[in-house]
Design a protein around this ligand. Sequence first.
Ligand SMILES: C[S@@+](CC[C@H](N)C(=O)[O-])C[C@H]1O[C@@H](n2cnc3c(N)ncnc32)[C@H](O)[C@@H]1O
Length: 315
Amino acid sequence: MTSTEPSAPPADRFRADVLAGLSRPRKQLPAKYFYDAAGSRLFDAITELPEYYPTRTELGILRARAGEMAARCGPRCLLVELGAGSLTKVRLLLDHLGRPAGYVPVDVSGDHLRGAAAALAGDYPALTVIPVVTDFARPFRLPDVTAARRVAFFPGSTIGNFDPPEADALLRRVARLVGPGGGLLLGIDLRKDAAVLERAYNDAAGVTAAFNRNLLVRINRELGADFDPAAFRHVAFYDRACSRVEMHLVSTTAQRARVGDAAFAFRPGESIHTENSYKYDVAEFATRAAACRLRLDETWTDPHGDFAVLYLTAV
Ligand SMILES: C[S@@+](CC[C@H](N)C(=O)[O-])C[C@H]1O[C@@H](n2cnc3c(N)ncnc32)[C@H](O)[C@@H]1O
């Protein structure tokens, strides 16, 4: 494994984002802050839940079609994975890629990424692995690696956590990052029955609830706040008009919480909006991507049409 280039979002940005989000008339917090070490472990536990279909469905598509995806990426590509997490899915791709020039996993969850990258480098000794700890939604530099082509791998429907204008800005940035002729292999979750969607974000074991509340635990630990996470209920529902699952933390009582010197009052039933997960239609998504200089070349999906993996080329 080559040396890392850590530049995790600074604590003052975390504090500023939390204070700004809690000061809004409808309180909200950015979803990227779910992922401290505990949040990354909880997310991995979510991916194993019977209700959470996205991970096993996307893995099924990758298992069946990784050879075709690798052929699209081409030989000697530099593979850049955005929101890389535990680096599970990329292994299926790496097993088919022809002599990749290198692999650059990018994630905000620094310790988790470094551990996963070291394990992957041990399993693929011939591969140059260069983890980058940063916020991929902000400008960042790729390591200088000579490659036939750059391909971004962005699985997990993490794009769905961004509101449409932010998602479009991110797509444009990815198109610039890989350059003309470069690729984006992207996982997107598709529209489906609301009951299936709502089950996926309201698991019986309460792991998603723990993941959601962990955000308050993290804010307490890192920003000297005094939230009582048990006094907030996990709520997740599908908003059909916006085509997204929303996650909230809803105050069970009238309460106040302090974040450093700032104090925030909560009415009973008042929510903090913590995450959106947009659900897509492939044709609509292709039109949006084209406006962001990404041409849809190939679509792979599962037999139920629950999830899709797209190969897009930067033009
Ligand atoms: C939904 S999980 C997906 C993990 C993995 N790619 C998968 O498909 O299972 C989102 C991942 O993206 C990372 N992440 C979320 N927002 C990010 C951001 N703005 N910059 C960098 N990483 C981010 C999280 O730390 C987490 O590992």
